[in-house]
Ligand binder design. Structure first.
Ligand code: PLP
Length: 871
């Protein structure tokens, strides 16, 4: 029955409890232990059954319980405290105030007009907002939380999925099934954005042959608003209703339509909200169409040419890539792109091929698909990978875009991912850190003296706290297993057995992540005899309970993508293995991995295991969450673990070798894993004193906390994005748009001139003062004569380029140094002089090059223009 009218009915709270509404609608409750506690205290059962959704809870709680709470002085006091904490939190913008300096050149604007727009296809913020699928989304969610903590003027842009990502359950055979619960937006912490007259704010986004309408919801993440688009409204046709239906759902047409909504719709939405971003940050390539709309708006509103608007847009856009393999990149067929967004080519005055070239690595290949990552890279002034290793891999992967540059100078840098400490550290552990380190531990930098105080936490207290977390995990696993068995109609015996799985005192290894094949979830099962022995038969402990056995248990969780059959087979293999071997009390798979399961696992396991095929794990973040809780990582040195102190804070499996043969690699690395478990991990865990404390283990836990907490933290990460990305990009935007956009116009003119003249530049001769045999630190003087065509010495930089020569005769990891301009000779050529010396012996190379130079250019390599001296 369709209703003739709908109402949005909000909970009626007794006046004394009005503060609960404000608390429920700001996701700050997710990372504030007091507020979370308050909701739990209000009604524990409802809190759990609502998936930790305070809005739904307030909407369904009984009036009687509300009355009780309104008369409970203890409750009211806690509510007042939480409310005050939120108010204070919203006032603080300490980090931003302290670190942001006004752009020097701009007098008529202030930094308060800054707005950094962060675009992502998914956001993982809280259990009750299932609009994420995995690591990318959690990272985006943590980015917003830390941006709020630091007080950045940042807004998030995304899509509000009606079905979100699937919920997982297993059939009796261990085969993954998917269910798509419907998100009820009216009972979630979401505000519907409205016009001043109270009507719904509506966008009209152009699609081929039609307009698609979207409305806007807001999630308040501390001080940061996250705006989400929703097309599931009338009068959209049924297909368009579904554009925001399912995260990564549908076919390629649906994918492109979603990305149009995210990028183009997202820009239109910001405008409708009165926001003019000075920086746009693309978290992965899904949102890259935003550059088209942004350029077009600049052209239309400020009478800029395409070239001018493009410079301005590019100067203030940032792109973060998350994929270490070409197969992970979003590609669209050229015809589809022209069909869907080809009208921008007309607006820009570009031919079909000129337009498609924006998304092509090889612009001469007219059959090549259109890559969203390439579009994003070409339209960004700051591009980064998500760990140091991934930065290097990305430089190599995208090096064809900068054919004239050595790989190590490809302008892609790295900002290592992090996690939001207050969101991933268990409550009692946070309270322990608050007590011993002080409350600022959650975003204190690595050089802060408080980290030394980790050593002063009594071993006993840290260990007992950890054991409590492990017990809590075991209880949770037992309950969830029983529930899923009951739902599946399993036998009473099975359900009773499920109540006894795992042992809260046994060394617990956690493995939880997406079940993609490269993550090799079943590597630990490669040698069944050996793993059986490790699980059940490693002998007895020496002290203080010699009758106790040194056992090991595994807790495993994670979903496979619905279309990933090999991924689903991995899950089934684990289920079958545990059944056939009769060890399903020791190796347990928890269905329906999500933020809640993750938080319990990264707190309650002892070891966090990760076995990706290097270098496929761009960063990985669950291991960081584990480390912050004091877990030790046991991983292939890939992604973040490759740059962590893996000697003191865990163990590395192998030394980061590359293998040609994957089967051989699996054998070697599985054996390395078994060796570590048998010889290092298990003995250290069960090496107890008479007080039953594993002192060696606890010392390692403390190192894990002390060394990893400050480093792999989104406070550090977002701070880096701000100082290296947002501030300079926003400054460029403010400068280029000052004085009626005169600097932007000038920059475009200058670029056109440089492009036109570039290949007329000639390095005429190079005079080197010394012969081929020289000593370390001996000064070599180099003089060169350069023909700059119609350019002037202010347009270019001339550099010496020196470094060791490898076996193939190339300079590797060359270092540039600037040559000094000396003047013009009689023929009108420019003379440059430079000096160098080599600090190490061996075969060393020297070259010389010219690159463009302009104060608003950002990276000098961004244009990809380099003239090298020819040997
Ligand atoms: C942290 C987290 C992830 C990402 O973990 P990786 O180690 O990066 O694979 C995925 N899903 C959930 C629910 C998480 O909490």
């Amino acid at each position: 029955m369709r209703p003739i009218r709908t109402f949005n009915v909000s909970p009626s709270l007794p006046p004394q409890l009005e503060a609960l509404r404000k608390l429920a609608y700001n996701l700050h409750w997710d990372w504030n232990v007091d507020t979370k506690d308050l909701f739990r205290r209000l009604d524990l059962d409802l809190w759990e059954s609502s998936r930790h959704n305070p809005v739904l809870m307030l909407g369904t709680i009984s009036q009687q319980r509300l009355q009780e709470a309104a008369e409970d002085e203890g409750f009211l006091a806690q509510m007042e405290r939480a409310s005050r904490q939120l108010d204070e939190y919203l006032q603080e913008r300490m980090w931003y105030r302290k670190h942001r300096k006004q752009p020097a050149l701009v007098h008529d604007r202030t930094a308060s007009q800054e707005c950094y727009a962060y675009f992502s296809a998914e956001f993982g913020l809280a259990d009750c907002l299932p609009i994420y699928s995995g690591g990318l989304g959690i990272l985006a969610g943590d980015h917003l939380k830390s941006a709020s903590d630091l007080g950045l003027p940042l807004v998030g842009v995304g899509l509000l999925y009606q079905e979100g990502y699937f919920a997982q359950y297993l059939n009796a055979d261990g085969w993954q099934q998917e269910r798509y619960p419907i998100n009820d937006f009216y009972n979630m912490p979401l505000y519907l954005e409205r016009n001043p007259d109270g009507s719904e704010l509506r966008l009209e986004v152009s699609y081929p042959g039609r307009v698609v309408y979207a409305r806007v919801w807001r999630v308040q993440v501390g001080t940061v608003p996250l705006y989400l688009l929703d097309t599931n409204i009338e009068p959209n046709n049924p297909y368009d209703h579904d554009i925001t239906d399912e995260l990564y759902g549908g076919d390629i047409d649906m994918r492109i339509d979603q990305e149009i909504m995210l990028g183009i719709g997202g820009m239109q939405m910001l405008k409708a909200l009165g926001l003019n971003p000075t920086v746009c940050h693309m978290n992965e390539g899904h949102s890259a169409f935003l550059v088209l709309e942004r350029i077009w708006t600049m052209m239309a509103e400020h009478d800029l040419s395409f070239a001018e608007a493009r410079q301005l847009a590019r100067a203030s856009q940032i792109f973060t890539t998350h994929t270490p393999v070409p197969a992970g990149i979003d590609l669209f067929p050229p015809d589809k792109v022209m069909h869907s967004v080809g009208h921008y080519a007309d607006r820009f005055g570009l031919s079909r091929e000129q337009f498609l070239a924006l998304g092509r690595e090889n612009t001469g290949d007219l059959a090549a698909p259109f890559s969203m990552a390439v579009l994003a890279i070409k339209m960004a002034n700051f591009v980064n990978g998500v760990s140091q290793l991934h930065g290097l891999v990305s430089q190599k992967m995208f090096s064809p875009l900068w054919a004239d540059l050595p790989v190590n100078e490809v302008p892609i840098s790295a900002i290592t991912n992090g996690v939001h400490a207050r969101s991933c550290v268990a409550k009692p552990t946070q309270e322990l850190y608050d007590r011993y380190l002080g409350p600022s531990w959650s975003d204190a930098p690595a050089d802060h003296p408080l980290w030394e105080r980790v050593k002063s936490i009594p071993d006993e207290e840290l260990w007992r706290n950890h054991e409590r977390c492990r017990s809590e995990l075991v209880m949770f696993v037992r309950e969830r297993l029983q529930r899923t068995l009951r739902d599946r109609g399993a036998s009473p015996t099975e359900i009773i057995q499920a109540a006894e799985v795992l042992d809260p005192t046994v060394l617990t290894i956690g493995f939880a992540r997406r079940f993609a094949t490269y993550k090799r979830a079943t590597l630990f099962l490669r040698d069944l005899t050996r793993i059986r022995k490790i699980l059940l038969d490693m002998g007895h402990v020496k002290r203080p309970f010699p009758h106790k056995k040194q056992m090991v248990q595994f807790v495993i969780s994670g979903k496979a993508h619905p279309k990933d059959i090999p991924g689903k087979e991995l899950i089934r293999d684990i289920v079958h293995f545990t059944r056939e071997e009769g060890i399903n009390a020791h190796v347990v798979y928890i269905p329906d991995y999500d933020i809640h399961v993750s938080r319990l696992m990264v707190a309650g396991c002892d070891i966090w295991l990760n076995t990706p095929r290097r270098p496929r794990e761009a960063s990985g973040t669950s291991g960081m969450k584990a480390a912050m809780n004091g877990l030790l990582n046991l991983s292939i040195p890939d992604g973040w673990w490759d740059e962590a102190d893996y000697v003191r804070t865990g163990w590395a499996i192998g030394q980061g070798e590359d293998y040609e043969d994957p089967t051989y690699q699996d054998d070697v690395e599985a054996n390395a894993l078994y060796d570590l478990l048998e010889q290092a991990v298990v003995p250290l865990f069960y090496d107890r004193g008479d007080d039953d404390l594993p002192r060696g283990w606890v010392a390692k836990m403390k190192d894990a906390i002390r060394l990893n907490c400050p480093r792999f933290n989104t406070a550090r990460m977002v701070g880096e994005y701000a100082t290296r990305g947002y501030f300079p990009a926003s400054d460029r935007y403010l400068v280029l748009t000052s004085n009626q956009y005169a600097p932007a116009r000038e920059l475009a003119l200058w670029k056109a001139k440089v492009m036109e003249q570039w290949y007329s530049i000639k390095i005429l001769n190079v005079d080197v003062s010394q012969p081929a045999d020289i000593h370390v630190n001996q000064t070599v003087t180099v003089k060169t004569q350069i023909h700059l065509a119609a350019l002037t010495p202010t347009d270019v930089e001339v550099q010496l380029y020196q470094g060791a020569v490898d076996a193939s005769g190339e300079i590797v990891n060359g270092v540039p140094s600037v040559m000094q301009y000396q003047g013009t000779d009689q023929q009108g050529n420019q003379i440059y002089l430079g000096e160098l010396a080599y600090s190490s012996s061996g075969l060393q190379g020297l070259s010389l090059r010219v690159i463009p130079k302009h104060e608003h250019l950002g990276s000098p390599y961004g244009m990809g223009l380099v003239i090298w001296a020819t040997p």
